[in-house]
Ligand binder design. Structure first.
Ligand code: ATP
Length: 366
């Protein structure tokens, strides 16, 4: 294991910024730390880099406990949200800076600078000053500077958030390429779920200082472990239900009974639960054409929005629950009576009182 965070907690005075966070990074892995602004991501990065002394918990790098070590005594590369290049130094001098600090010999230093400027495709900008570069080029110099000392871990703290959308996408692909070519173990911090899902092998989703879920983008999207992950990783429909039986897992949804096939229930009969389903998990069919394999709810089309690649259809059911359905097929018109089909294996169940941080009532089977 390259990096281990063990029950990391940090307070700024009364403010609990990070609350008992543990995770690990394996050699060569690209892990995204994802969550809304203020959830504690930067504090975690600073604790790994040694700029923040955590209130409790340990930081372990290559099996060495570095919690109390100085930043210089940890082999960590870091790229911050805001540009931090030295304006009076050229590109090559900026990249060489960290190498000099680490005592790399001058002849070896030039070789290393050249290697990393080539990696980020900026060889021709060797003698340029940061003010002569575009925003994207400056970011690439910073990546080269962080990588040149060949750190154990590369920390990227929202490195793309100050850039416009097209450039973000281009640089995101660049970072993926650089990470693959160098194999450097990377922690990529972002509040942008699309960016995290496109880039990372694995995600840690944070909410309010705590880990709300972790796993591959696909597993977290398809079977969210908490209501927060369900709503943060894409759109989510929710509706209330009551547990009828644990075995087989059976719910009552209005007047309908539903046996789910992808979860085991750990709560007893009579418990109120909240069910979640993605807009792309639902379908709209004509009344009377149900085949009995899904939960079928009668409803009416409220609005249809053509968003180019697909239609977003809002349905109101008999019980006044509203669902958004994403479909590429031409949908029925507003006002039409329809049947909404909810496949049993696409529904995730959460205990109702646990809405913010809670967990699923059962273990999704993958
Ligand atoms: P952002 O993306 O907005 O930077 P973040 O997820 O990185 O957010 P942190 O910057 O780690 O979150 O902040 C976590 C919490 O700690 C926030 O409530 C923030 O206001 C608070 N905080 C951060 N730094 C300090 C500080 N130096 N002093 C006091 N409170 C702080």
């Amino acid at each position: 294991m390259i990096l281990e965070l063990k029950q990391l907690t940090h307070r700024y005075g009364d403010e609990l910024a990070v609350d008992d966070v543990s995770f690990e990074l394996e050699e060569g892995e690209l892990l995204a730390l994802l969550g809304p602004s203020g959830c504690g991501k930067t504090t975690i990065v600073q604790a790994i880099a040694g700029h923040v002394q955590p209130t409790a918990g340990r930081v372990v790098l290559r099996n060495r406990d570095v919690t109390e070590a100085s930043p210089e005594d940890r082999h960590v590369g870091i790229v911050f949200q805001q540009p931090t290049l030295y304006p009076h130094m050229t590109v090559s001098e900026n990249v060489a800076y960290g190498l000099t600090a680490r005592g790399v010999e001058p002849n070896q230093r030039d070789e290393r600078v050249s290697e990393y400027l080539e990696l980020v495709d900026l060889t021709e900008q060797w003698d340029a000053y940061p003010s002569e570069l575009s925003g994207g080029q400056q970011r690439r110099v910073e990546v080269a500077r962080a990588l040149a000392p060949q750190p154990d871990v590369l920390l990227l703290d929202e490195p793309l958030s100050a850039l416009d959308r097209q450039l973000r996408e281009r640089l995101r692909k660049e970072i993926a390429r650089i990470q693959t070519e160098t194999g450097v173990t990377t922690l990529f911090v972002t509040h942008d779920q699309q960016e995290a899902m496109a880039l990372a092998d694995r995600l840690i989703v944070m909410n309010d200082g705590r880990v709300s879920g972790s796993g591959t983008p696909r597993a977290l999207y398809g079977s969210p472990p908490t209501p927060f992950v369900a709503s943060f990783l894409g759109r989510s429909n929710t509706f209330p239900a009551t547990v009828v039986a644990q075995q087989p897992p059976t719910l009552r949804v209005g007047t309908h009974k539903l046996t789910v096939s992808n979860q085991e229930l750990s709560v007893s009969a009579g418990t109120s639960v909240t069910c979640h389903i993605r807009p792309d998990g639902l379908s709209v069919i004509a009344p009377g054409s149900e085949n009995g394999t899904a939960l079928s709810l009668a409803g009416e089309v409220v609005t249809v929005t053509d968003v180019g690649r697909r239609y977003d259809v809002t349905i109101r059911t008999e019980r006044s629950d509203e669902f958004v359905v994403e479909t590429v097929e031409r949908p029925p018109e507003p006002g039409e009576e329809i049947t909404l089909e909810l496949p049993r294996d696409r529904i995730t169940i959460f205990e109702t009182h646990d809405h913010d941080r809670g967990s699923t009532t059962g273990v999704p089977e993958h």
